[in-house]
Write a protein that binds this ligand. Sequence first.
Ligand code: NAD
Length: 499
Amino acid sequence: MQDLYHWIDGREVQGSSGRFSDVYNPATGEIIARVPLASAAELDAAIASAEKAQIGWAATNPQRRARVMMRFGQLIQDNMDKLAELVSREHGKTLPDARGDVQRGLEVIEVCMGAPAMLKGEFTDNAGPGIDIYSMRQPLGVVAGITPFNFPAMIPLWKMGPALASGNAMILKPSERVPSTSLLLAKLAQEAGLPDGVLQVVNGDKDAVDALLDHPTIQAVGFVGSTPIAQYIYGRAATNGKRAQCFGGAKNHMLIMPDADLDKAADALIGAGFGAAGERCMAISVAVPVGQKTADALIERLIPQIEKLKVGPYTAGDDVDFGPVITAASKTRIEGLIASGVEQGAKLLIDGRGLNIQGYENGFFTGPSLFDHVTRDMDIYKEEIFGPVLTTVRTDSYQDALDLVMDNDYGNGTAIFTADGDTARDFASRVNVGMVGVNFPIPVPLSYYSFGGWKKSAFGDLNQYGPDALRFYTKTKTVTARWFSGIKDGASLNFKALD
Ligand code: NAD
Protein backbone atom coordinates (compact mmCIF):
# COMPACT_ATOMS: atom_id res chain seq x y z
CA MET A 1 0.00 0.00 0.00
CA GLN A 2 1.30 3.40 -0.98
CA ASP A 3 1.48 6.35 1.41
CA LEU A 4 0.44 9.53 -0.40
CA TYR A 5 1.37 13.07 0.54
CA HIS A 6 0.56 16.73 0.04
CA TRP A 7 2.38 18.85 -2.57
CA ILE A 8 3.48 22.01 -0.81
CA ASP A 9 6.18 24.45 -1.85
CA GLY A 10 7.16 22.27 -4.78
CA ARG A 11 7.83 19.09 -2.81
CA GLU A 12 6.16 16.07 -1.28
CA VAL A 13 5.12 16.71 2.31
CA GLN A 14 3.98 13.92 4.61
CA GLY A 15 0.77 14.69 6.46
CA SER A 16 1.14 15.53 10.14
CA SER A 17 -2.50 15.52 11.27
CA GLY A 18 -2.45 11.78 12.00
CA ARG A 19 -5.66 11.41 9.97
CA PHE A 20 -5.81 9.42 6.72
CA SER A 21 -8.36 8.21 4.20
CA ASP A 22 -8.15 4.92 2.28
CA VAL A 23 -7.89 5.04 -1.51
CA TYR A 24 -9.40 2.03 -3.29
CA ASN A 25 -9.02 0.32 -6.60
CA PRO A 26 -12.79 0.07 -7.22
CA ALA A 27 -12.33 -2.85 -9.61
CA THR A 28 -10.75 -5.10 -6.99
CA GLY A 29 -12.10 -3.50 -3.84
CA GLU A 30 -8.53 -3.37 -2.49
CA ILE A 31 -7.06 -0.48 -0.56
CA ILE A 32 -4.15 0.69 -2.73
CA ALA A 33 -3.03 3.80 -0.88
CA ARG A 34 -3.80 6.03 2.03
CA VAL A 35 -3.98 9.76 1.68
CA PRO A 36 -3.29 12.19 4.52
CA LEU A 37 -6.14 14.48 5.55
CA ALA A 38 -4.77 17.96 6.25
CA SER A 39 -5.45 19.83 9.44
CA ALA A 40 -6.18 23.57 9.58
CA ALA A 41 -2.59 24.15 10.74
CA GLU A 42 -1.17 22.33 7.67
CA LEU A 43 -3.41 24.42 5.44
CA ASP A 44 -2.22 27.61 7.14
CA ALA A 45 1.35 26.73 6.22
CA ALA A 46 0.46 25.91 2.60
CA ILE A 47 -1.56 29.10 2.23
CA ALA A 48 1.22 31.23 3.73
CA SER A 49 3.74 29.89 1.21
CA ALA A 50 1.25 30.29 -1.66
CA GLU A 51 0.70 33.90 -0.62
CA LYS A 52 4.44 34.62 -0.88
CA ALA A 53 4.84 32.79 -4.19
CA GLN A 54 1.83 34.54 -5.74
CA ILE A 55 3.49 37.96 -5.55
CA GLY A 56 6.29 36.95 -7.94
CA TRP A 57 3.93 34.96 -10.17
CA ALA A 58 1.51 37.89 -10.54
CA ALA A 59 4.48 40.11 -11.46
CA THR A 60 5.60 37.64 -14.15
CA ASN A 61 4.50 38.95 -17.50
CA PRO A 62 1.44 37.20 -18.97
CA GLN A 63 3.38 35.88 -21.97
CA ARG A 64 5.84 34.08 -19.71
CA ARG A 65 3.00 32.65 -17.67
CA ALA A 66 1.45 31.48 -20.95
CA ARG A 67 4.73 29.77 -21.85
CA VAL A 68 4.52 27.78 -18.62
CA MET A 69 1.01 26.74 -19.68
CA MET A 70 2.39 25.71 -23.07
CA ARG A 71 5.07 23.50 -21.52
CA PHE A 72 2.56 22.14 -18.99
CA GLY A 73 0.25 21.18 -21.85
CA GLN A 74 3.07 19.41 -23.65
CA LEU A 75 4.02 17.48 -20.50
CA ILE A 76 0.41 16.41 -19.99
CA GLN A 77 0.39 15.16 -23.57
CA ASP A 78 3.71 13.33 -23.04
CA ASN A 79 2.40 11.72 -19.85
CA MET A 80 -1.06 10.88 -21.21
CA ASP A 81 -0.75 7.12 -20.62
CA LYS A 82 0.59 7.51 -17.10
CA LEU A 83 -2.12 10.00 -16.16
CA ALA A 84 -4.86 7.85 -17.71
CA GLU A 85 -3.64 4.80 -15.82
CA LEU A 86 -3.81 6.71 -12.52
CA VAL A 87 -7.33 7.91 -13.37
CA SER A 88 -8.50 4.39 -14.19
CA ARG A 89 -6.83 2.78 -11.19
CA GLU A 90 -8.44 5.06 -8.62
CA HIS A 91 -11.71 5.85 -10.43
CA GLY A 92 -12.40 2.62 -12.34
CA LYS A 93 -13.27 4.11 -15.75
CA THR A 94 -11.92 2.44 -18.90
CA LEU A 95 -8.57 3.60 -20.28
CA PRO A 96 -10.02 5.24 -23.44
CA ASP A 97 -12.46 7.13 -21.22
CA ALA A 98 -9.64 8.08 -18.83
CA ARG A 99 -7.67 9.46 -21.79
CA GLY A 100 -10.71 11.56 -22.66
CA ASP A 101 -10.76 12.81 -19.05
CA VAL A 102 -7.14 13.99 -19.41
CA GLN A 103 -7.72 15.31 -22.93
CA ARG A 104 -10.69 17.53 -22.01
CA GLY A 105 -8.60 19.00 -19.17
CA LEU A 106 -5.61 19.50 -21.46
CA GLU A 107 -7.80 21.46 -23.88
CA VAL A 108 -8.48 24.00 -21.13
CA ILE A 109 -4.74 24.40 -20.56
CA GLU A 110 -4.33 24.91 -24.34
CA VAL A 111 -6.86 27.75 -24.30
CA CYS A 112 -5.05 29.26 -21.30
CA MET A 113 -1.95 29.64 -23.51
CA GLY A 114 -3.97 32.48 -25.05
CA ALA A 115 -4.73 34.09 -21.69
CA PRO A 116 -2.66 37.24 -22.39
CA ALA A 117 -5.01 38.14 -25.23
CA MET A 118 -8.09 37.41 -23.13
CA LEU A 119 -6.79 39.35 -20.12
CA LYS A 120 -6.28 42.61 -21.98
CA GLY A 121 -7.90 45.67 -20.48
CA GLU A 122 -9.71 48.55 -22.21
CA PHE A 123 -8.56 52.06 -23.02
CA THR A 124 -10.33 55.30 -23.91
CA ASP A 125 -8.15 58.24 -24.82
CA ASN A 126 -9.41 61.81 -24.50
CA ALA A 127 -12.33 60.81 -22.32
CA GLY A 128 -12.21 64.45 -21.17
CA PRO A 129 -9.66 67.30 -21.36
CA GLY A 130 -6.27 65.58 -20.92
CA ILE A 131 -8.08 62.57 -19.50
CA ASP A 132 -7.59 58.92 -20.40
CA ILE A 133 -9.46 56.01 -18.86
CA TYR A 134 -8.14 52.48 -18.80
CA SER A 135 -9.04 49.25 -17.13
CA MET A 136 -6.89 46.30 -16.18
CA ARG A 137 -7.55 42.77 -14.98
CA GLN A 138 -5.57 41.81 -11.90
CA PRO A 139 -5.33 38.41 -10.20
CA LEU A 140 -7.24 37.86 -6.98
CA GLY A 141 -4.34 36.39 -4.96
CA VAL A 142 -4.60 32.91 -3.45
CA VAL A 143 -7.63 30.93 -4.59
CA ALA A 144 -8.97 27.47 -3.74
CA GLY A 145 -10.13 24.66 -6.02
CA ILE A 146 -12.18 21.82 -4.52
CA THR A 147 -12.90 18.98 -6.93
CA PRO A 148 -15.00 15.78 -7.14
CA PHE A 149 -14.01 12.16 -7.74
CA ASN A 150 -15.57 11.62 -11.15
CA PHE A 151 -13.07 13.47 -13.37
CA PRO A 152 -9.73 13.11 -11.55
CA ALA A 153 -7.77 14.94 -14.28
CA MET A 154 -10.22 17.13 -16.17
CA ILE A 155 -11.78 19.11 -13.35
CA PRO A 156 -8.53 19.88 -11.47
CA LEU A 157 -7.18 21.13 -14.83
CA TRP A 158 -10.32 23.24 -15.37
CA LYS A 159 -9.50 24.89 -12.05
CA MET A 160 -5.72 25.19 -12.40
CA GLY A 161 -5.51 26.55 -15.94
CA PRO A 162 -7.50 29.80 -15.70
CA ALA A 163 -6.49 30.50 -12.08
CA LEU A 164 -2.75 30.12 -12.72
CA ALA A 165 -2.68 31.70 -16.19
CA SER A 166 -4.23 34.84 -14.75
CA GLY A 167 -1.57 35.17 -12.04
CA ASN A 168 -3.13 33.59 -8.97
CA ALA A 169 -1.73 30.94 -6.67
CA MET A 170 -4.01 27.97 -6.12
CA ILE A 171 -4.62 25.57 -3.27
CA LEU A 172 -6.18 22.54 -4.90
CA LYS A 173 -8.09 20.13 -2.66
CA PRO A 174 -8.86 17.15 -4.89
CA SER A 175 -11.29 14.40 -3.98
CA GLU A 176 -9.74 12.19 -1.33
CA ARG A 177 -10.92 9.18 -3.34
CA VAL A 178 -8.76 10.00 -6.41
CA PRO A 179 -5.81 12.11 -5.20
CA SER A 180 -2.93 10.68 -7.27
CA THR A 181 -3.71 12.36 -10.60
CA SER A 182 -3.67 15.85 -9.08
CA LEU A 183 -0.36 15.09 -7.35
CA LEU A 184 1.22 14.04 -10.65
CA LEU A 185 -0.24 17.10 -12.41
CA ALA A 186 1.37 19.35 -9.79
CA LYS A 187 4.76 17.72 -10.43
CA LEU A 188 4.33 18.25 -14.17
CA ALA A 189 3.44 21.91 -13.59
CA GLN A 190 6.68 22.33 -11.64
CA GLU A 191 8.62 20.64 -14.46
CA ALA A 192 6.94 23.09 -16.85
CA GLY A 193 8.44 25.99 -14.92
CA LEU A 194 5.68 26.92 -12.48
CA PRO A 195 7.43 28.46 -9.46
CA ASP A 196 7.23 26.47 -6.23
CA GLY A 197 4.31 27.46 -4.03
CA VAL A 198 2.10 28.76 -6.86
CA LEU A 199 0.22 25.45 -6.96
CA GLN A 200 -0.26 23.49 -3.75
CA VAL A 201 -2.16 20.22 -3.63
CA VAL A 202 -3.49 19.75 -0.14
CA ASN A 203 -5.43 16.57 0.48
CA GLY A 204 -8.25 16.42 2.94
CA ASP A 205 -11.90 16.15 3.78
CA LYS A 206 -14.45 18.49 5.35
CA ASP A 207 -11.91 19.81 7.90
CA ALA A 208 -9.59 20.99 5.13
CA VAL A 209 -12.47 22.44 3.10
CA ASP A 210 -13.83 24.36 6.08
CA ALA A 211 -10.36 25.70 6.85
CA LEU A 212 -10.12 26.98 3.25
CA LEU A 213 -13.58 28.54 3.42
CA ASP A 214 -12.74 30.40 6.63
CA HIS A 215 -9.16 31.45 5.82
CA PRO A 216 -8.91 35.22 5.25
CA THR A 217 -6.17 34.85 2.61
CA ILE A 218 -8.31 32.72 0.28
CA GLN A 219 -9.97 35.13 -2.14
CA ALA A 220 -12.10 32.80 -4.22
CA VAL A 221 -13.43 29.26 -4.16
CA GLY A 222 -14.09 27.18 -7.26
CA PHE A 223 -16.01 24.05 -6.28
CA VAL A 224 -17.38 21.09 -8.22
CA GLY A 225 -19.30 18.26 -6.56
CA SER A 226 -22.75 17.30 -5.32
CA THR A 227 -25.53 19.85 -4.88
CA PRO A 228 -25.84 19.78 -1.06
CA ILE A 229 -22.09 20.39 -0.66
CA ALA A 230 -22.05 23.02 -3.45
CA GLN A 231 -24.82 24.91 -1.68
CA TYR A 232 -23.07 24.64 1.68
CA ILE A 233 -19.73 25.80 0.28
CA TYR A 234 -21.29 28.67 -1.61
CA GLY A 235 -23.07 29.90 1.51
CA ARG A 236 -20.04 29.69 3.77
CA ALA A 237 -17.61 31.19 1.25
CA ALA A 238 -19.97 34.06 0.44
CA THR A 239 -20.60 34.77 4.13
CA ASN A 240 -16.85 35.06 4.52
CA GLY A 241 -16.75 37.61 1.68
CA LYS A 242 -15.17 35.33 -0.91
CA ARG A 243 -15.95 35.06 -4.57
CA ALA A 244 -17.47 31.61 -5.14
CA GLN A 245 -18.64 29.49 -8.04
CA CYS A 246 -19.98 26.12 -6.92
CA PHE A 247 -21.14 23.57 -9.46
CA GLY A 248 -23.46 20.83 -8.23
CA GLY A 249 -25.27 17.69 -9.28
CA ALA A 250 -27.53 16.98 -12.23
CA LYS A 251 -30.46 15.10 -13.66
CA ASN A 252 -30.12 15.38 -17.40
CA HIS A 253 -33.07 14.64 -19.70
CA MET A 254 -32.99 13.74 -23.37
CA LEU A 255 -36.14 14.35 -25.41
CA ILE A 256 -36.76 11.96 -28.27
CA MET A 257 -39.29 13.40 -30.71
CA PRO A 258 -41.40 11.13 -32.96
CA ASP A 259 -39.45 12.38 -36.00
CA ALA A 260 -36.03 11.62 -34.49
CA ASP A 261 -33.62 9.11 -36.01
CA LEU A 262 -34.34 6.46 -33.38
CA ASP A 263 -31.26 4.36 -34.10
CA LYS A 264 -29.04 7.39 -33.53
CA ALA A 265 -31.05 8.38 -30.44
CA ALA A 266 -30.67 4.89 -28.95
CA ASP A 267 -26.91 4.88 -29.66
CA ALA A 268 -26.62 8.27 -28.00
CA LEU A 269 -28.50 7.07 -24.91
CA ILE A 270 -26.24 4.06 -24.55
CA GLY A 271 -23.10 6.24 -24.51
CA ALA A 272 -24.53 9.08 -22.46
CA GLY A 273 -26.40 6.88 -20.00
CA PHE A 274 -23.85 4.17 -19.29
CA GLY A 275 -20.42 5.63 -20.17
CA ALA A 276 -18.20 5.90 -17.07
CA ALA A 277 -20.87 3.84 -15.23
CA GLY A 278 -23.17 6.89 -15.36
CA GLU A 279 -20.79 8.80 -13.08
CA ARG A 280 -20.79 11.97 -15.17
CA CYS A 281 -22.51 15.19 -14.27
CA MET A 282 -23.55 15.42 -17.94
CA ALA A 283 -24.75 11.79 -18.15
CA ILE A 284 -28.24 11.39 -19.54
CA SER A 285 -30.22 9.66 -16.81
CA VAL A 286 -33.75 10.35 -18.08
CA ALA A 287 -34.93 9.41 -21.57
CA VAL A 288 -38.09 11.31 -22.48
CA PRO A 289 -39.74 9.84 -25.57
CA VAL A 290 -42.66 11.85 -26.91
CA GLY A 291 -45.60 9.63 -27.81
CA GLN A 292 -46.21 5.98 -26.91
CA LYS A 293 -45.10 4.73 -30.34
CA THR A 294 -41.79 6.55 -30.02
CA ALA A 295 -41.32 5.10 -26.54
CA ASP A 296 -42.01 1.52 -27.62
CA ALA A 297 -39.71 1.80 -30.63
CA LEU A 298 -36.95 3.36 -28.53
CA ILE A 299 -37.14 0.71 -25.80
CA GLU A 300 -37.08 -2.00 -28.46
CA ARG A 301 -33.78 -0.57 -29.71
CA LEU A 302 -32.26 0.03 -26.28
CA ILE A 303 -32.78 -3.42 -24.76
CA PRO A 304 -30.50 -5.47 -27.05
CA GLN A 305 -27.78 -2.82 -26.89
CA ILE A 306 -27.87 -2.65 -23.10
CA GLU A 307 -27.83 -6.44 -22.83
CA LYS A 308 -24.63 -6.46 -24.85
CA LEU A 309 -22.77 -3.99 -22.61
CA LYS A 310 -19.65 -5.44 -21.00
CA VAL A 311 -18.78 -4.44 -17.48
CA GLY A 312 -15.37 -5.11 -15.96
CA PRO A 313 -12.00 -3.80 -14.79
CA TYR A 314 -10.13 -1.28 -16.93
CA THR A 315 -7.28 -3.76 -17.21
CA ALA A 316 -9.47 -5.91 -19.47
CA GLY A 317 -8.96 -3.32 -22.24
CA ASP A 318 -11.36 -3.26 -25.17
CA ASP A 319 -13.44 -6.04 -23.67
CA VAL A 320 -15.03 -3.56 -21.30
CA ASP A 321 -17.59 -0.79 -21.92
CA PHE A 322 -17.66 0.55 -18.39
CA GLY A 323 -16.14 -0.18 -15.02
CA PRO A 324 -17.18 -0.25 -11.38
CA VAL A 325 -18.71 2.60 -9.42
CA ILE A 326 -16.50 4.49 -7.01
CA THR A 327 -17.21 2.88 -3.62
CA ALA A 328 -19.05 -0.01 -2.02
CA ALA A 329 -21.37 2.58 -0.42
CA SER A 330 -22.15 4.06 -3.81
CA LYS A 331 -23.03 0.61 -5.20
CA THR A 332 -25.33 -0.04 -2.22
CA ARG A 333 -26.99 3.35 -2.70
CA ILE A 334 -27.55 2.81 -6.45
CA GLU A 335 -28.95 -0.68 -5.95
CA GLY A 336 -31.17 0.67 -3.14
CA LEU A 337 -32.58 3.26 -5.53
CA ILE A 338 -33.27 0.53 -8.09
CA ALA A 339 -35.22 -1.38 -5.41
CA SER A 340 -37.18 1.77 -4.59
CA GLY A 341 -38.07 2.20 -8.27
CA VAL A 342 -39.53 -1.31 -8.37
CA GLU A 343 -41.44 -0.73 -5.11
CA GLN A 344 -42.82 2.57 -6.36
CA GLY A 345 -44.20 0.98 -9.53
CA ALA A 346 -41.68 1.64 -12.31
CA LYS A 347 -41.06 -1.19 -14.76
CA LEU A 348 -37.53 -2.57 -14.43
CA LEU A 349 -36.73 -3.95 -17.87
CA ILE A 350 -33.06 -4.72 -17.23
CA ASP A 351 -31.76 -5.29 -13.72
CA GLY A 352 -28.04 -4.68 -13.23
CA ARG A 353 -28.00 -5.64 -9.58
CA GLY A 354 -26.10 -8.64 -8.26
CA LEU A 355 -23.46 -8.59 -10.99
CA ASN A 356 -20.59 -10.90 -10.19
CA ILE A 357 -17.39 -10.69 -12.21
CA GLN A 358 -15.09 -13.68 -11.92
CA GLY A 359 -11.82 -12.73 -10.26
CA TYR A 360 -13.26 -9.36 -9.21
CA GLU A 361 -15.86 -10.49 -6.70
CA ASN A 362 -14.93 -7.68 -4.29
CA GLY A 363 -15.09 -4.92 -6.92
CA PHE A 364 -17.80 -2.28 -6.76
CA PHE A 365 -19.59 -3.39 -9.91
CA THR A 366 -23.23 -2.94 -10.75
CA GLY A 367 -24.51 -3.78 -14.21
CA PRO A 368 -26.58 -1.57 -16.50
CA SER A 369 -30.24 -1.10 -15.54
CA LEU A 370 -33.16 0.18 -17.60
CA PHE A 371 -36.47 1.45 -16.26
CA ASP A 372 -39.62 2.24 -18.20
CA HIS A 373 -42.83 3.96 -17.00
CA VAL A 374 -41.03 6.14 -14.48
CA THR A 375 -43.06 9.03 -13.05
CA ARG A 376 -42.12 12.37 -11.49
CA ASP A 377 -42.94 11.34 -7.91
CA MET A 378 -40.55 8.35 -7.80
CA ASP A 379 -37.20 8.55 -5.99
CA ILE A 380 -35.40 7.23 -9.08
CA TYR A 381 -36.67 10.31 -10.90
CA LYS A 382 -36.15 12.85 -8.13
CA GLU A 383 -32.66 11.82 -7.01
CA GLU A 384 -29.39 11.98 -8.87
CA ILE A 385 -28.54 8.26 -9.15
CA PHE A 386 -24.97 8.73 -10.45
CA GLY A 387 -24.79 5.12 -11.62
CA PRO A 388 -25.48 3.02 -14.75
CA VAL A 389 -29.25 3.36 -14.58
CA LEU A 390 -31.31 4.80 -17.43
CA THR A 391 -34.88 5.78 -16.59
CA THR A 392 -37.63 6.42 -19.13
CA VAL A 393 -40.42 8.93 -18.54
CA ARG A 394 -43.04 8.66 -21.29
CA THR A 395 -44.77 11.87 -22.35
CA ASP A 396 -47.68 12.60 -24.69
CA SER A 397 -46.49 15.83 -26.27
CA TYR A 398 -43.50 18.09 -26.80
CA GLN A 399 -44.97 20.55 -24.30
CA ASP A 400 -45.27 17.84 -21.61
CA ALA A 401 -41.67 16.84 -22.22
CA LEU A 402 -40.47 20.43 -22.08
CA ASP A 403 -42.44 21.03 -18.86
CA LEU A 404 -40.82 17.98 -17.29
CA VAL A 405 -37.33 19.36 -17.91
CA MET A 406 -38.36 22.87 -16.87
CA ASP A 407 -39.90 21.67 -13.58
CA ASN A 408 -36.86 19.63 -12.59
CA ASP A 409 -34.71 21.10 -9.81
CA TYR A 410 -31.50 20.55 -11.74
CA GLY A 411 -30.39 22.36 -14.87
CA ASN A 412 -26.96 21.15 -15.93
CA GLY A 413 -27.42 19.61 -19.38
CA THR A 414 -30.22 18.45 -21.64
CA ALA A 415 -30.66 17.25 -25.22
CA ILE A 416 -33.28 16.91 -27.89
CA PHE A 417 -33.26 14.42 -30.76
CA THR A 418 -35.42 15.56 -33.64
CA ALA A 419 -35.39 16.13 -37.40
CA ASP A 420 -37.35 19.36 -37.05
CA GLY A 421 -35.36 22.58 -36.88
CA ASP A 422 -38.22 24.62 -35.46
CA THR A 423 -38.74 22.25 -32.52
CA ALA A 424 -35.00 22.10 -31.82
CA ARG A 425 -34.74 25.88 -31.95
CA ASP A 426 -37.74 26.36 -29.69
CA PHE A 427 -36.31 23.88 -27.18
CA ALA A 428 -32.85 25.44 -27.15
CA SER A 429 -34.33 28.87 -26.66
CA ARG A 430 -36.96 28.12 -23.98
CA VAL A 431 -35.44 25.39 -21.81
CA ASN A 432 -34.09 26.56 -18.42
CA VAL A 433 -30.91 24.48 -18.53
CA GLY A 434 -27.33 25.73 -18.95
CA MET A 435 -26.04 23.39 -21.67
CA VAL A 436 -28.21 22.09 -24.51
CA GLY A 437 -27.53 19.46 -27.16
CA VAL A 438 -29.38 19.18 -30.45
CA ASN A 439 -28.99 15.62 -31.72
CA PHE A 440 -25.98 15.64 -29.39
CA PRO A 441 -26.33 13.86 -26.06
CA ILE A 442 -23.52 15.27 -23.89
CA PRO A 443 -23.13 18.93 -24.84
CA VAL A 444 -20.02 19.75 -22.78
CA PRO A 445 -18.88 23.01 -24.41
CA LEU A 446 -15.40 23.07 -25.91
CA SER A 447 -12.73 24.81 -23.88
CA TYR A 448 -13.04 28.20 -25.59
CA TYR A 449 -16.66 28.43 -24.41
CA SER A 450 -17.56 28.08 -20.74
CA PHE A 451 -19.25 25.29 -18.78
CA GLY A 452 -22.05 25.78 -16.28
CA GLY A 453 -25.51 24.63 -15.33
CA TRP A 454 -28.56 26.49 -14.04
CA LYS A 455 -30.93 26.00 -11.10
CA LYS A 456 -29.57 23.62 -8.42
CA SER A 457 -26.67 22.61 -10.65
CA ALA A 458 -24.69 25.80 -9.99
CA PHE A 459 -24.45 28.45 -7.30
CA GLY A 460 -22.61 31.73 -7.77
CA ASP A 461 -21.55 33.71 -10.78
CA LEU A 462 -19.85 32.94 -14.06
CA ASN A 463 -19.06 29.55 -15.58
CA GLN A 464 -16.02 27.29 -15.51
CA TYR A 465 -13.10 27.59 -17.97
CA GLY A 466 -13.02 29.75 -21.11
CA PRO A 467 -13.61 33.50 -20.97
CA ASP A 468 -15.88 33.31 -17.89
CA ALA A 469 -13.19 31.64 -15.79
CA LEU A 470 -10.63 34.34 -16.58
CA ARG A 471 -13.21 36.88 -15.40
CA PHE A 472 -13.88 34.85 -12.26
CA TYR A 473 -10.19 34.69 -11.34
CA THR A 474 -9.45 38.38 -11.92
CA LYS A 475 -10.76 41.66 -10.63
CA THR A 476 -11.11 44.75 -12.74
CA LYS A 477 -9.42 48.01 -11.85
CA THR A 478 -10.33 51.14 -13.77
CA VAL A 479 -7.96 54.12 -13.83
CA THR A 480 -8.94 57.67 -14.75
CA ALA A 481 -5.74 59.63 -15.51
CA ARG A 482 -5.34 63.32 -16.25
CA TRP A 483 -2.26 65.21 -17.44
CA PHE A 484 -2.36 68.96 -16.98
CA SER A 485 -0.78 70.53 -20.07
CA GLY A 486 -3.21 73.11 -21.47
CA ILE A 487 -5.85 72.63 -18.75
CA LYS A 488 -6.90 75.74 -16.88
CA ASP A 489 -9.85 74.77 -14.64
CA GLY A 490 -9.36 75.17 -10.89
CA ALA A 491 -10.76 73.33 -7.90
CA SER A 492 -14.41 72.22 -8.06
CA LEU A 493 -16.56 70.58 -5.42
CA ASN A 494 -19.13 69.31 -7.89
CA PHE A 495 -19.43 65.78 -9.22
CA LYS A 496 -19.49 66.59 -12.90
CA ALA A 497 -19.19 65.31 -16.42
CA LEU A 498 -15.65 65.13 -17.80
CA ASP A 499 -16.31 67.25 -20.89
P1 NAD B 1 -18.93 15.49 -3.23
O1 NAD B 1 -19.82 16.67 -3.11
O2 NAD B 1 -19.13 14.36 -2.29
O3 NAD B 1 -17.39 15.93 -3.06
C1 NAD B 1 -16.82 16.98 -3.80
C2 NAD B 1 -15.70 17.61 -2.99
O4 NAD B 1 -16.24 18.14 -1.77
C3 NAD B 1 -14.61 16.63 -2.58
O5 NAD B 1 -13.36 17.26 -2.72
C4 NAD B 1 -14.93 16.32 -1.13
O6 NAD B 1 -13.78 16.04 -0.36
C5 NAD B 1 -15.58 17.60 -0.63
N1 NAD B 1 -16.60 17.36 0.40
C6 NAD B 1 -17.39 16.26 0.52
N2 NAD B 1 -18.22 16.40 1.59
C7 NAD B 1 -17.94 17.60 2.14
C8 NAD B 1 -18.47 18.32 3.26
N3 NAD B 1 -19.44 17.82 4.01
N4 NAD B 1 -17.96 19.53 3.53
C9 NAD B 1 -16.99 20.06 2.77
N5 NAD B 1 -16.44 19.42 1.70
C10 NAD B 1 -16.91 18.22 1.38
O7 NAD B 1 -19.02 15.00 -4.75
P2 NAD B 1 -18.40 13.70 -5.40
O8 NAD B 1 -19.14 12.52 -4.92
O9 NAD B 1 -16.91 13.70 -5.28
O10 NAD B 1 -18.72 13.97 -6.96
C11 NAD B 1 -19.93 13.61 -7.57
C12 NAD B 1 -20.88 14.79 -7.66
O11 NAD B 1 -20.27 15.87 -8.35
C13 NAD B 1 -22.16 14.47 -8.44
O12 NAD B 1 -23.24 15.05 -7.77
C14 NAD B 1 -21.92 15.15 -9.78
O13 NAD B 1 -23.09 15.49 -10.48
C15 NAD B 1 -21.16 16.36 -9.37
N6 NAD B 1 -20.40 16.94 -10.47
C16 NAD B 1 -20.80 18.13 -10.97
C17 NAD B 1 -20.12 18.72 -12.03
C18 NAD B 1 -20.53 20.05 -12.58
O14 NAD B 1 -19.71 20.69 -13.24
N7 NAD B 1 -21.74 20.51 -12.32
C19 NAD B 1 -19.01 18.06 -12.58
C20 NAD B 1 -18.63 16.84 -12.05
C21 NAD B 1 -19.33 16.28 -10.98
